[in-house]
Design a protein around this ligand. Sequence first.
Ligand SMILES: Nc1ncnc2c1ncn2[C@@H]1O[C@H](COP(=O)(O)OP(=O)(O)O)[C@@H](O)[C@H]1O
Ligand SMILES: [Mg+2]
Length: 244
Amino acid sequence: MSAIPHLELCAVSLCYDEVRALQNVNIKVPTGDIVALIGANGAGKSSALRAITGLRRVAAGEVRLDGHIINSPSAQEQTHALVRQGVVMVPEGRHVFPHMSIKDNLLMGAYTRRDPARIASDLESVCERFPRLRERFHQHGSSLSGGEQQMVAIGRALMARPRLLLLDEPSLGIAPQVVRQIAQSLVEINRKDGITIVLVEQNSRMAMSLSSYTYVLETGNVALEGPSRELMNNDHIKRLYLGG
Ligand SMILES: Nc1ncnc2c1ncn2[C@@H]1O[C@H](COP(=O)(O)OP(=O)(O)O)[C@@H](O)[C@H]1O
Ligand SMILES: [Mg+2]
């Protein structure tokens, strides 16, 4: 683990008008790790990702990338800077373009790149990672199952050559056996490609089994945090997040 975390939220608060969605939240994401952010619906998980990407301005606190403050008065500036620095988000709900082929959906992830030969080889790597996408390469996004759409969304993010991947509930609405496949692919993306991952999930079991460290958000606060293996044996976690 390097001394400076890859990503850090320092005393971050975030509001929507009078709703305070995050209050004094501290999160550290070490380089090369998978860090899980779990919590019930409305706990503030997506808001934490919005604070990082600048989709929503923080009311207080700092977001640091490799030790540098990145929260900027201009959300657009922050979002663009992040893409340049290799931070890529896989949004909740996947947002696959329904009228575009799988291939073109994947290529959308590489739209800022100017290295066609490497784009082609990265497209090949994504197809190796998700063989189902190769089988459906020329079909429209609208013809895919939820799990396949999630593979497209992750594949599209990989086409941007990220160093840090932010995933918002990748298991949502996906059949359990496909969730296992996606979980396995996230582990490979982390281990083989060395990509740091922030995994937001309501599927606590999946998130904790993949991650080295877990933060539990409850009504905008970090209620509990620790190494995932330890937290899995915590009574509060077992009762509230792992179904007894
Ligand atoms: N655009 C919005 N406008 C107003 N309130 C919002 C908005 N988005 C989220 N919230 C509120 O902020 C809180 C945290 O939401 P969110 O970060 O989406 O939680 P999670 O992702 O954990 O389900 C909730 O109380 C939610 O109702
Ligand atoms: Mg959410």
